[in-house]
Design a protein around this ligand. Structure first.
Ligand SMILES: *[C@@H]1O[C@H](CO)[C@@H](O)[C@H](O)[C@H]1NC(C)=O
Ligand SMILES: *[C@@H]1O[C@H](CO)[C@@H](O)[C@H](O)[C@H]1NC(C)=O
Ligand SMILES: [Mg+2]
Length: 360
């Protein structure tokens, strides 16, 4: 059965959250170290699915790290925009700042700083804290980290106008990451998300839709960096990459936080026909920026397979699982997607034992 739009929307957010939590204990461990833990032929099957927490920041099992936290910030901005008519870019900047300062951020002591924060994000948010102009805080050309791609997915899920989807993806990225590789990667990624979730296209057609956005934003050229990264994703075998490692396979980078490496992995992941958990495990096994790479790939996989494909043992532990469920319900209700869909194939989605009892 093809997943409903509601299921794909929630699936994208939960699989991003789960990828973050699955990868967090191994953040910045190189491929060789992770491969050493399960060196056999069945390494993927042997890799534990349990969300253990831990890692260099001592996360609780299922905890949101910066990837999920900042995705939540953008999600709250879309709630504010769609339900209250606020400006989504200004709201995103406001929620980023609240996270940065620890103001009313769930499970953080008031005023405490984030445990993990990317360099570019820190620089931009500290300047935003004093200037309050989200259009002039971007770190500029040369800072091409994955820190905006990892949080951009709510635009793909909730901005249904294709022009605005591109514009808002770029503007929200630019609050911290305004290098064009980052802003274009976010727009192309969200075009894939929207094609899967809103338009219900096949994976193949969705990836093509993302590639067309990259080409058009790279001035119609097919030798631009973002389109190039997506093209590599099409021919990358994650099975092989997870077994042999990026260096041996001549992969263009070690997947340590460069936005284009993360995008390549996400494209390879969504085109990988195995189960969501098998694909996510292999993204983690590639190593280095394991949580962010798995969060970014997880977003596309959840959009592809829906929330039913996210393991129950993961859904039970995810810090913001119940809140994401509530926000998706609230936003899709405001957009009129629920109850239309809810009355057909959506019955029971919100009554499982993982969520709140939201009446639809
Ligand atoms: C990025 O933002 C900075 C600060 O606002 C600005 O100086 C720079 O020109 C911007 N670069 C791009 C590529 O937009
Ligand atoms: C990639 O994103 C992660 C977020 O977990 C961040 O900590 C890291 O600094 C980013 N990498 C780069 C190179 O910006
Ligand atoms: Mg992280």
């Amino acid at each position: 059965m093809t997943p409903s739009r509601t299921s794909r929307t929630l699936g994208a957010l939960l699989a991003l959250h789960a990828g973050d939590a699955l990868g967090a204990p191994l953040e910045f461990k190189p491929h060789t170290v992770i491969r050493g833990l399960h060196p056999g032929r069945n390494a993927n099957a042997e890799f534990p699915r349990t969300l253990t927490g831990g890692g260099s920041h001592s996360w609780a099992p299922g905890a949101a790290t910066d990837d999920t936290d900042l995705t939540r910030a953008v999600l709250l901005a879309y709630r504010d925009a769609i339900c209250n008519g606020d400006d989504v870019v200004n709201k995103a900047a406001e929620h980023f700042l609240a996270w940065y300062r620890g103001d009313h951020w769930p499970s953080r002591r008031q005023g405490s700083k984030p445990r993990d924060i990317g360099r570019t994000t820190r620089k931009a948010l500290s300047s935003l804290a004093s200037s309050r102009h989200p259009s002039s805080t971007g770190a500029g050309e040369g800072s091409a980290g994955n820190g905006s791609l990892m949080r951009c997915i709510p635009t793909g899920l909730f901005q249904n106008d294709p022009e605005l989807l591109i514009k808002e993806s770029q503007s929200i990225s630019a609050i911290t990451h305004n290098d064009t590789r980052c802003t274009i990667a976010c727009a192309a990624y969200n075009a894939i998300v929207s094609a899967l979730v809103v338009r219900g296209l096949s994976v193949e057609d969705a990836v093509s839709a993302g590639e067309r956005v990259a080409i058009s934003l790279e001035s119609g050229r097919t030798d631009g960096p973002v389109y190039g990264a997506m093209k590599i994703g099409r021919t990358t075998s994650l099975v092989e990459l997870a077994d042999k490692g990026p260096r041996k396979l001549g992969f263009p980078g070690m997947c340590g936080g460069f936005v284009l490496n993360s995008l390549t992995l996400a494209v390879a992941a969504v085109l990988d026909e195995r189960r969501l958990d098998q694909v996510l495990v292999d993204v983690v096994r590639v190593g280095m920026d394991t949580d962010t790479n798995a969060a970014i790939a997880g977003g596309l996989l959840g959009a592809r397979d829906g929330e039913e494909a996210v393991l129950d043992e993961w859904k039970d532990l995810l810090q913001f699982g119940p809140e994401f469920r509530r926000l998706v319900d609230q936003i899709l209700t405001a957009q009129g997607v629920i109850p239309e869909e809810g009355q057909s194939d959506e019955v029971g989605l919100f009554s499982g034992n993982h969520g709140l009892n939201v009446s639809i």
